[in-house]
Design a protein around this ligand. Structure first.
Ligand code: CAA
Length: 254
């Protein structure tokens, strides 16, 4: 359906692969267009419960935005490209389903920005992370200056953003940039295992919890707590809440 993005639905768990392995899955205009289309489809698909994003091949998640395509841009075109990248990363972040980044190799620049737009990150021991943009004479442009400090704190984020240092998976775990590190051959199985746990939980409850976690961090605590109260209340109008609680009560009577 798309050239640069592959989408497979494995019993409700969607695996979205960035598919430009010869360029280490660098994000060019075609990938961004395919991604917008694919993410729109995923968001509207009631048969997708969880999404796993990874890179095709065994070397790279995404090695950043396409440097060949960016080199000739002028200031206006650069800003437009950055806005497009921000839009796509925000589409990932805003998907109703939980999104797991299964980081199988390089997650650099726009690749790290894609990983941090996901709900969580599981990394292969071979993965490498960084924001090399300043070395290319640019700022990170797909949300990295904003999402990275929010995720790992200002000090460590500024360290990575200003030094362009590339860190390995273990250091990324210490920094709180990734949530788990596993052997390369266990990466997809681990991500599927986490996805299945979420799938087993109530779908509506998981999606509402995601909305609270996502929107809450941007809001003052009183507003965020009100999001939570509304989401909590809404769950009481679902069949899942009535059934799951009744099942618990029935089990305890035996
Ligand atoms: N853009 C375009 N092409 C890229 C690319 C990128 N970001 N990263 C890798 N490639 C291409 C290479 O040009 C090469 O293509 P050819 O075979 O046609 O020459 C192919 O992928 C393999 O790459 P290398 O030969 O360089 O592989 P390596 O193992 O020697 O090095 C690497 C791997 C360290 C990841 C190196 O490719 C690299 O440094 N890539 C660029 C990483 C980077 O700076 N990313 C940030 C981009 S800027 C950005 O993302 C801005 C933003 O905020 C959105």
């Amino acid at each position: 359906m798309w050239n640069t993005v592959l989408l497979e639905n494995k019993e409700g768990i969607a695996i979205l692969k960035i598919n430009r392995p010869k360029a280490l899955n660098a994000l060019n205009a075609e990938v961004m267009s395919d991604l917008q289309d694919c993410l729109t489809k995923i968001a509207a698909d009631a048969f997708i419960d969880v999404v796993i994003i990874t890179g095709e091949g065994d070397r790279s998640f995404v090695a950043g935005a396409d440097i060949g395509q960016m080199q000739p841009l002028n200031a206006e075109e650069g800003a437009a490209w950055g806005r497009l990248g921000q839009k796509v990363m925000t589409m990932i972040e805003n998907l109703p389903q939980p999104v797991i980044a299964a980081v199988n190799g390089f997650a650099l620049g726009g690749g790290n920005e894609m990983a941090i737009a996901c709900d969580m990150r599981i990394a292969s021991e071979k993965a490498k992370f960084g924001q090399p943009e300043v070395g290319l004479g640019i700022t990170p442009g797909f949300g990295g200056t904003q999402r990275l400090p929010r995720l790992i704190g200002p000090g460590r984020a500024r360290y990575l953003l200003y030094t362009a240092e590339i860190i390995d998976a273990q250091k990324a775990l210490e920094f709180g940039l990734v949530d788990m590190v596993v052997a390369p051959e266990a990466l997809m199985e681990t991500a599927m295992g986490v996805a299945k746990k979420m799938q087993k939980a109530g779908k509506f409850a998981v999606q509402q919890t995601k909305q609270c976690a996502l929107r809450g961090v941007e809001a003052p605590l009183t507003t965020a707590l009100e999001f939570e109260a509304q989401a909590f209340g809404l769950c009481f109008s679902t069949e899942a809440q009535k059934t799951n609680m009744q099942n618990f009560l029935n089990k305890n009577k035996k």
